[in-house]
Design a protein around this ligand. Structure first.
Ligand code: CU
Ligand code: CU
Length: 286
């Protein structure tokens, strides 16, 4: 049993060892395998294929397993390491220690948005990412997106999601207007509420974090560890609530075969949401 800590409480040594393990996974090619997996499962609800990871009820269990797999890879390099969480409602400025040169490095520079500080800066020689649409191989960030400003979500946004006692609701996708899952995942395709929580954090960081290859930025893991922690808080707040849908959707449901019910197994691990409800089997949050 190990602990996941708030990143703001990590010692200098803990940060160094985490960064060291991440860089070793990058060097061996395993890190990029994780990025590829995320790209592969970035299926939107405009497509009719099954979507285990995004715009879907299994957003939480899929990412829980994805983080556990990544953590296992980190621990194979250094058994003392775990994924810390970033509480973006609290450490919510570019001056937070998260972005210091001894940890994740800072914002991108004006113009090309290239991250110039910290261990993941391109010129350090250890962090080359695949080009994507721009063809650039450096990590990019664009805090707050000055051209069309976006703010980080706050405590009230998180609490609004946590208060909803229903896990998810039809149509089980990005336009579900109620339910904890989409309130926290934060889609607003119809454009009436504004993107929120999880999605707004991706958007606030911008650059590499804004697309399907978002794990290219190591802050991805700390962001999703916090979402995983928020899921445990929702479970605790609503002990009688259950993951939904509880069983496979009916024949007439347009989402049938596209979303994963409680006992339906998700790729690539062939594991059902029901097997991922209890994080205390793996670790605890401190
Ligand atoms: Cu994701
Ligand atoms: Cu995400």
């Amino acid at each position: 049993m190990y602990s996941r800590k708030n990143q703001r409480n990590l010692t200098r040594t803990e940060k160094k060892r985490l960064v060291g393990a991440i860089l070793e996974l990058k060097r061996s090619g395993r890190y990029d395998d994780f990025v590829s997996m995320h790209r592969h499962y970035y299926v939107t609800d405009a497509e009719s294929r099954p979507r285990p990871a995004h715009m879907t009820p299994s957003f939480f269990p899929w990412h829980r397993r994805y983080l556990l797999e990544f953590e296992k890879a980190l621990q194979a390099v250094d058994p003392a390491v775990s994924i810390p969480y970033w509480d973006w409602t609290r450490d919510n400025t570019p001056a937070a220690s998260l972005w210091a040169a001894d940890f994740l490095g800072g914002n991108g520079r004006p113009g090309d948005r290239q991250v110039m500080t910290g261990p993941f800066a391109y010129q350090e020689g250890n962090w080359r990412i695949s080009g994507g649409v721009t063809g650039d191989h450096f990590l990019r960030r664009n805090f707050g997106r000055p051209s069309a400003p976006v703010t980080l979500p706050g405590r009230a946004d998180v609490d609004r999601a946590l208060r909803d006692p229903v896990y998810d609701a039809a149509p089980w996708n990005s336009v579900s207007t109620t339910g904890f899952r989409n309130r926290m995942e934060g889609w607003d395709i119809r454009g009436t509420r504004g993107i929120s929580n999880h999605n707004r954090v991706h958007r606030w960081i911008g650059g590499s974090m804004a697309g399907a290859a978002s794990p290219d930025d190591p802050v991805f893991w700390l962001h999703h560890a916090y979402l995983d922690l928020l899921w445990t808080r929702w479970q605790k707040a609503h002990p009688r609530s259950r993951y939904l849908p509880g069983r496979a959707l009916g024949a007439g449901d347009p989402q049938r075969g596209r979303v994963f019910a409680f006992d339906e197994r998700m790729p690539p691990w062939d594991v059902a949401p029901s097997q991922l409800m209890d994080h205390t089997r793996f670790h605890r949050y401190v």
